[in-house]
Design a protein around this ligand. Structure first.
Ligand code: MN
Length: 211
């Protein structure tokens, strides 16, 4: 269906993350789940001021909404944004953190193994559906977890990476074993180029805000 929001293309082929994440999982996750969030968002915003807003603006304006329709808009807009961000957080290519990200990781976690251990723990302990995040606040890195469609960006926090811990992200490949999915994905697929670029964006935003 038509509307202001489109399903963004995947950054790699559907089988590119196999065997860590199968083409079957990516196909269902992208063409069914992600597509449905886009379609539902388009239906919900039709004829409202949200139809002319950027996705990020909608997420920030509707987070914590009490109104039932606004809550629905948040849930779908958040899930569209989260999935776009998740696909770009993963890559089959070997990537490395930039020098800037590397020193931020060393300062916050002592090293990448500890970062990954904390991100895995956040994903494992997110009760029910949700997301685990690597974020930066003034260049200082931290791990966060959010339920359902929520994300740190809604509250103005700069996100570097995310991992989807809704069951649909892993059930076909790992059944109920969320920790095995997290161990495999975090060990093999994180896109450190994407995280490095996102850290630079916060730097630019902080400088622009200070001028
Ligand atoms: Mn998902």
């Amino acid at each position: 269906m038509s509307g202001p929001f489109k399903l963004a293309p995947l950054p790699w082929d559907e089988d590119a993350l196999a065997p860590t994440i199968s083409a079957n999982t990516i196909s269902f996750h992208y063409h069914k789940h992600h597509q449905t969030y886009v379609d539902t968002l388009n239906k919900l915003v039709a004829g409202t001021p949200y139809a002319d807003m950027k996705l990020e603006q909608i997420v920030q304006k509707t987070t914590g909404a009490g109104d039932a329709k606004e809550k629905q808009i948040f849930n779908n807009a958040g899930q569209v944004w989260n999935h776009d961000f998740y696909w770009r957080s993963l890559t089959p290519s070997k990537t490395q953190p930039s020098a800037q990200l590397d020193s931020a990781i060393a300062a916050a976690f002592g090293g990448r193994d500890e970062l990954i251990a904390q991100l895995a723990e956040a994903g494992k302990t997110q009760f029910g559906s949700g997301w685990a995040w690597l974020v930066s606040k003034g260049g200082k890195l931290a791990i966060e977890k959010t339920p359902n469609a929520e994300n740190p960006m809604a509250k103005g926090v700069n996100c570097l990476l995310t991992v989807d811990v809704w069951e649909h992200a892993y059930y076909l490949d790992y059944q109920n074993a969320r920790p095995k999915y997290l161990e495999a994905v975090l060990g093999k697929l994180l896109n450190w180029d994407f995280a490095s670029q996102n850290l630079t964006k916060e730097d630019q935003a902080v400088r622009a805000a200070a001028e």
